[in-house]
Design a protein around this ligand. Structure first.
Ligand SMILES: Nc1ncnc2c1ncn2[C@@H]1O[C@H](COP(=O)(O)OP(=O)(O)OP(=O)(O)O)[C@@H](O)[C@H]1O
Length: 387
C-alpha cells in the first residue's frame, strides 16, 4: 500500500473511503490523489456521514472542480456511506515542496527528465519548410499513440507557429490554456490524453515571438526540466521548420532523440526537407523515417487529384538513405483531407473523430509502426566497455 499522509483514525469505513480515493486521479499530474498526499483527514460518523479533507497544490487550481466532484462520487460509492462532506484546502509550502520532491526525485532538483538513461522514446518532428502539416501530424500522431494506451507528451517548440494547443482543443476564445504552476514545477495541460507544453501558453494574445537563439535554448531547456511530464512512453517535439536555433538546441539537449521528417509530394521540396534531416543527423540524431503529407486527394469519380505532385516523400527517403547502413523508410503518404484540416481548426483530431478518413488511416498506421518499437535503451551507449 502506498505511503500516505491521511489519517483515518483506524476506522474501517474511513479506510474504505481512503481506498476508494486511491482511484481518484489528479487530471493534471495524472496520478492517484492518495499518492500525491492530497488527501487529509478522512472520517465517517455513526450515521454514515463521511468527511474528507482534500489538499490542492495551489489555490484556484483548474483541476479543483474535477477533483472535488470525483472525490465526492468515490466517497458516496463506498457501502455504508450515506452522505459526504468534502472540505477543499490548499497544501502548505512544506507539503508542496515535499510533493515536488516526490515527483521529481531527491532534492526536487531541476533536471532534464529525458536524459540518455530515460526509457522514453523521443521523436523530433521536423520539416524543411513551413505549412507542410508538421504540427497537424504531430498532434494527431500523439493522440493516436495515447489512444493505444501509451503515455504521451508533446513539446511544441515551433516558436513561429505554435499551433499544437489549438489542434488539441486547448485554446479557448483565442487564448491557449495556461499551465498550472506548483512552485517552480509546471504542469502541462492535457488534451485528448496528451500532455502538452507550448510556447504559445507563455505569450499573451497570440503575440509573435522574436527571440534570439539563447532565449530559445533556455526555453527549451526549461520545458525539458521544469515541466512535469511524469513517466512518458513517447515524447514528440514539434520543431519549427528549417534548420534554425531550436533544431540545434534540441540536437544538443536530446542527441538520442529520433527524427521524423515531414515533406510534401512535390519533388522540388525534397532539397529543403533533406537538409532538415541532415542537420538532425549532424547532432547525432537518428532519422526514423519520412512522412509525405498532402498527397493526392481522391475525387468522387475515382481519380486522384495530385495538387502537389507526387514522389517527394520517396525522393527524400532515398536521399537520406544514401551512405547509411540502414535505409530510411517512407513511413506513410498522407492524402490531402478536408476533414484533417477542419478537425485541426476545430480542435478535434480526426484520428478520434473520423478514424475512417484516409488521412486518419495513414496516421494510425504510423502510430502502429511507432508503438511497435519497444521502449528502452536500444541503441543507447550503456557506459560499459568489453573487457
Ligand atoms: N493532409 C492534409 N490535408 C489538408 N490540409 C492539411 C493536411 N495537413 C495539414 N493541413 C492543413 O495545412 C495547414 C498547415 O498545417 P500545419 O500548421 O500543421 O503545418 P506546419 O508544417 O506545422 O506549419 P508551421 O511549421 O509553419 O507551423 C493547416 O491548416 C492544416 O490543417
Amino acid at each position: 500500500m502506498p505511503e500516505h499522509s491521511s489519517s483515518t483514525g483506524d476506522c474501517p469505513l474511513a479506510e474504505g473511503v481512503l481506498q476508494a480515493l486511491a482511484r481518484v486521479i489528479d487530471p493534471e499530474i495524472r496520478k492517484p490523489i492518495t499518492e500525491l498526499d492530497m488527501v487529509g483527514d478522512v472520517s465517517v460518523d455513526p450515521d454514515g456521514l463521511a468527511s474528507v479533507v482534500i489538499k490542492l497544490t495551489i489555490t484556484g487550481c483548474p483541476a479543483a472542480t474535477a477533483i472535488e466532484r470525483d472525490v465526492r462520487t468515490a466517497t458516496l460509492g463506498v457501502a455504508g456511506v450515506t452522505a459526504a462532506s468534502i472540505q477543499v484546502t490548499v497544501m502548505s509550502r512544506d507539503e508542496r515542496s515535499a510533493l515536488t520532491e516526490k515527483l521529481r526525485g531527491p532534492g526536487g532538483a531541476r533536471q532534464t527528465q529525458f536524459g540518455p538513461d530515460s526509457l522514453t522514446r523521443i521523436y523530433a518532428v521536423t520539416s524543411g519548410k513551413g505549412g507542410v502539416g508538421k504540427s497537424t501530424l504531430t498532434a494527431n500522431l500523439a493522440v493516436a499513440l495515447a489512444a493505444r494506451g501509451l503515455a504521451v507528451g508533446i513539446v511544441d517548440a515551433d516558436v513561429y507557429g505554435f499551433s499544437i494547443p489549438g489542434i488539441l482543443g486547448l485554446v479557448h476564445d483565442g487564448v491557449a490554456v495556461k499551465p498550472t504552476r506548483v512552485d517552480d514545477m509546471i504542469l502541462p495541460p492535457v488534451g485528448y490524453d496528451v500532455k502538452v507544453i507550448s510556447i504559445g501558453m507563455f505569450v499573451d494574445d497570440n503575440a509573435a515571438v522574436a527571440w534570439r537563439g539563447p532565449m530559445l535554448h533556455r526555453t527549451i531547456t526549461q520545458f525539458l526540466s521544469d515541466v512535469y511530464f511524469g513517466d512518458l512512453d513517447v515524447l514528440l517535439l514539434d520543431l519549427p521548420p528549417g534548420t534554425g536555433d531550436v533544431a540545434i538546441s534540441v540536437g544538443q539537449l536530446l542527441p538520442h532523440a529520433e527524427v521524423l521528417v515531414v515533406t510534401t509530394p512535390q519533388p522540388a521540396a525534397a532539397d529543403v526537407a533533406e537538409r532538415s534531416g541532415v542537420v538532425a543527423r549532424q547532432t547525432g540524431q537518428k532519422i526514423v523515417g519520412v512522412i509525405e503529407n498532402m498527397a493526392g486527394l481522391p475525387q468522387p469519380d475515382g481519380t486522384v487529384l495530385e495538387l502537389f505532385g507526387s514522389g517527394g516523400g520517396l525522393e527524400v527517403a532515398r536521399r537520406l538513405s544514401e551512405g547509411q547502413d540502414a535505409a530510411v523508410p517512407l513511413l506513410a503518404s498522407i492524402p490531402l483531407s478536408v476533414a484533417l484540416r477542419s478537425g485541426g481548426d476545430a480542435g478535434a483530431p480526426i484520428v478520434l473523430s473520423d478514424p475512417a478518413d484516409p488521412a486518419s488511416v495513414a496516421i494510425l498506421a504510423i502510430a502502429e509502426t511507432l508503438a511497435a518499437r519497444p521502449r528502452g535503451l536500444a541503441r543507447r551507449p550503456l557506459g560499459v566497455s568489453p573487457r
